[in-house]
Structures are given as structure tokens and as C-alpha cells.
Design a protein around this ligand. Structure first.
Ligand SMILES: Nc1nc2c(c(=O)[nH]1)N[C@H]1C(S)=C(S)[C@@H](COP(=O)(O)OP(=O)(O)OC[C@H]3O[C@@H](n4cnc5c(N)ncnc54)[C@H](O)[C@@H]3O)O[C@H]1N2
Ligand code: MOO
Length: 401
């Protein structure tokens, strides 16, 4: 069977994936989540012309000849506007955030004024409108400032609050069940038998899911038994998982039972085996409404495939605005041999040289079981199938973690 190009696999994976349903969530619980609909301002901000500094509300025309004396006729702290009018020759003591009184058009900061009783001496002039924030400087009622699909990061969250939304309509977090498979695996903290290793991927994938706005549920480790794997698949279905991610058992060995088991459970296979390294045995399908992403067992293969496929799948389920992987150009620090038919993803350190140019240094060790290099890498060098040999100083495409 031919290996499928990465771009085609990604396109097929995302085909027909729509966003999860919307739910109303209190703003305090909305951080990091995704808006389901556009958010418009319910009020104008600032709602009135306001002072941007502590000082005196004056008429700019009164400051034509400096120094000059103005009569202080009242005070306007934030939250308590002055109700009178500032006429020529008058000033109001004002504080940052207070509404600009009627008649005044300019703020003279207190550093440029001297006060004696109810007389203020202006020591410097101020151009018309200085330190006045006009009403609507930030936004007007009805302005759509956050779009459906935007992530409510700390900045967007503050803006939603300023727009006076106590609740927001968000996409339900996609549910992702994560199943590790293999007789050789034990959970971290357990004592492995003589032929066993500690399983790692399920923790990495679950963390990736949470970081991408999903809700992860680790189903534990299934032995290499069709009955046991099937039991976990049903568990994922009864949890109403949007996605089941299986780890391992995806290749061609006698004990690689995941695909066959899923097939017996009714999974429709979308594709299997991708022209990429690591990650060749990646598999995708769906079992009723539940998408299935079968990742290879090698830890680096699982996590690189998670980065390249699971992240965009979660973005699509959340209806997020930015889905495409951003590639950058970097200068190679070491030569690379000609590539074979699989698109290569090489773990690399990235840094900026003295001239500010991005430099990529591939790790010598690229075995797909070596997690330490993945954790130390800043990104991946991407090499197209059959890319020619490169020397140090040549340009490569990179993606950052
Ligand atoms: N004859 C062939 N053999 C293999 C091929 C092939 O095309 N022909 N493909 C190789 C490639 S590429 C990969 S990648 C691996 C992936 O195979 P599986 O997805 O079936 O993974 P396993 O065999 O179950 O495990 C591979 C490796 O990873 C370890 N593993 C599994 N799960 C975990 C986990 N949760 N945490 C940590 N480590 C895990 C497992 O012990 C194995 O060492 O197949 C090649 N073989
Ligand atoms: O594709 Mo496997 O993921 O090379 O190691």
C-alpha cells in the first residue's frame, strides 16, 4: 500500500469536522477557552470623556499667557463627576478616570500647577485636548471586538469583561480518550518486569490535549489482547469521546492489534500509513460519531504526530480561527543527507545568531524512541520527501513547539 502524503492525510483527517456545541460559561471559568460566537461591546468605553491624569480640568484658551491664575471651583475624583460648568478663568481639581466637567476641554497636570487656597497658578500651557480621553476611545457599543473562534487568553478575557459580559458562549471542550497499548508497558511509579518499560506517551498526549483546549481522559494501559482493547474502546464510546487516541499497536507486527480490534468494533478506516518520519503507521478513522486517531507507539512518533495531527483536529473541533501550522525559515548549522520518500521531522535546537538570523541545529540522535532529544528540542526541521542533501548554511523550514 502506498504511503499517504502528510498534507493529504491532514486534509482527510479534518474533512467534515465541525465544532462542538456551544455552552454558556461564567467569565471567571472562561480563560483559555474558545468563543462560539462573536462578542460585541454592550457599552461604550470610556462611556464619557475622561481625564487621563491627575491635575486640573481647564479651558485651553485660558492658558494662552503663562503663568496665569485660575479659580478652582470644585473637585472631580474618579467615580464622582463635577456637576457644574467650567467657565473662562476657572478650573476643577480632577483625578485620573473622572469625567471631564462641562466647559473644560483640557487637563493641566498637577506637576505644571501651583495651588494656594482656591487659586491655581498654571506654570505651563497645554494644547487643546491634552490628557483628555474622548468617549469611545477604546470601543463603541456594538463593536465586535472578539470573533467566534478566538481563544480567550488573559487579554481577550479582560476585554470581554470591559465589554460587560459576565458570561460567554464557548465551544464545549472536545473530549479525548487516550489509550496506551502493549504488554511491555507499566504506569510511571510501578516496578517494570524484566522485559517491560515505563509507558510515557499517554501523559504527553493527555497534556497536549489539555494545552489545546480539550478534556483528556487516560484510559490506562491495555494488554495486547483484542478483548481488552475492545473493552477500552467501548469505555471511550460510553464517555462520549469526540476522539479516541490509541498509542502503539498500529504497525504490522503480530501483536499490533489495535486496527483489527477497532475494525471489529465497527470503525470505518479513513487512512493508514503516512509518508512521514517519525509517524509512518499513523491511522485515522471513525466509530460512529467518535473519531479515532491511532498513533504509533514510539514516544517521539506519538508526540510529533500529536503535534501535527491532533492539535489541528482539536482546533477544528473548537472552531478555532488559526489552524494552519506556521513554518519559518532557518539556517542549518549542520549538513543533512538526501531525504528518502518520507517527509522528515527532525528534532532541532533553534537559536538566533548575533545577526538575529534563526539557526537550526538538528540533534544527531533522531531515533523515534528517544524522548530526551524531543524534550530538549525547540522545534522540528521539516524536510520534503526526496529533499536533496544540504550543507551547513543552507535554508530549511522549521516549526516551533
Ligand atoms: N516490519 C516493520 N516493523 C515496523 C514498521 C514497519 O513498517 N515494518 N514500522 C516501524 C515504525 S516506523 C514504528 S513508528 C513502529 C510503531 O509501531 P506500533 O505503533 O505498532 O507501536 P508498538 O510496536 O506498540 O510500539 C513501538 C515502540 O514504542 C513503545 N511504546 C508503545 N507505547 C508506548 C507508550 N505508551 N509509552 C512509551 N513507549 C511506548 C513500545 O514499547 C515499542 O518500543 O513500528 C516499527 N516497526
Ligand atoms: O515512523 Mo516510526 O514513527 O519512524 O518511528
Amino acid at each position: 500500500m502506498d504511503l499517504i502524503p502528510v498534507a493529504e492525510a491532514l486534509q482527510r483527517l479534518l474533512e467534515g469536522v465541525g465544532p462542538t456545541r456551544a455552552e454558556r460559561v461564567p467569565l471567571a471559568e472562561a480563560g483559555g477557552r474558545t468563543l462560539a460566537s462573536d462578542l460585541a461591546a454592550t457599552r461604550t468605553q470610556p462611556p464619557f470623556s475622561a481625564s487621563a491624569m491627575d491635575g486640573y480640568a481647564v479651558r485651553a484658551g485660558d492658558l494662552a499667557n503663562i503663568p496665569c491664575d485660575l479659580k478652582v471651583i470644585g473637585e472631580a475624583p474618579a467615580g464622582h463627576g463635577f456637576s457644574g460648568t467650567v467657565n473662562s478663568g476657572e478650573a476643577v481639581r480632577i483625578f485620573t478616570g473622572a469625567p471631564l466637567p462641562q466647559g473644560a476641554d483640557t487637563i493641566l497636570i498637577q506637576e505644571n500647577a501651583e495651588r494656594a487656597g482656591d487659586v491655581m497658578t498654571a506654570k505651563q500651557g497645554a494644547a487643546l485636548g491634552t490628557y483628555v480621553r474622548p468617549a469611545g476611545l477604546d470601543f463603541d457599543k456594538g463593536d465586535v471586538l472578539l470573533k467566534a473562534g478566538a481563544i480567550l487568553d488573559y487579554r481577550a478575557l479582560a476585554l470581554a469583561a470591559a465589554m460587560n459580559h459576565a458570561q460567554v458562549s464557548l465551544r464545549r471542550r472536545p473530549r479525548v480518550a487516550v489509550l496506551a497499548t502493549g504488554d511491555e508497558l507499566v504506569e510511571p511509579g510501578e516496578e517494570p518486569g524484566p522485559d517491560q518499560i515505563v509507558a510515557s506517551n499517554q501523559y504527553g498526549i493527555a497534556a497536549l490535549v489539555e494545552a489545546c483546549g480539550g478534556e483528556a481522559r487516560r484510559l490506562g494501559i491495555s494488554r495486547d489482547s483484542q478483548t481488552e482493547i475492545a473493552g477500552h474502546v467501548r469505555e471511550a464510546l460510553s464517555w462520549n469521546a469526540d476522539v479516541l487516541v490509541t498509542l502503539g499497536g498500529a504497525s504490522v507486527g503480530d501483536h499490533d492489534l489495535v486496527q483489527a480490534t477497532l475494525g471489529n468494533e465497527g470503525m470505518e478506516l479513513s487512512f493508514w500509513r503516512i509518508a512521514m518520519r517519525p509517524g509512518k503507521p499513523l491511522m485515522a478513522g471513525h466509530l460512529g460519531p467518535m473519531r479515532v486517531l491511532g498513533l504509533p507507539g514510539n514516544p517521539v512518533s506519538s508526540l510529533v504526530c500529536g503535534h501535527l495531527f491532533l492539535r489541528p483536529l482539536l482546533a477544528a473541533l473548537l472552531g478555532r480561527l488559526e489552524k494552519a501550522e506556521r513554518q519559518e525559515q532557518a539556517i542549518l548549522a549542520a549538513p543533512l543527507a538526501e531525504n528518502d520518500r518520507r517527509q522528515d521531522y527532525l528534532r532541532a535546537r533553534l537559536h538566533h545568531d548575533e545577526a538575529g538570523v534563526l539557526v537550526a541545529t538538528p540533534f544527531v540522535q533522531q531515533d523515534s524512541s528517544v524522548l530526551s532529544c524531543l524534550a530538549a528540542a525547540d522545534g522540528l526541521i521539516v524536510r520534503a520527501p526526496h529533499a536533496p542533501a544540504l550543507k551547513a548554511g543552507d535554508t530549511v523550514a522549521v516549526i516551533r513547539f
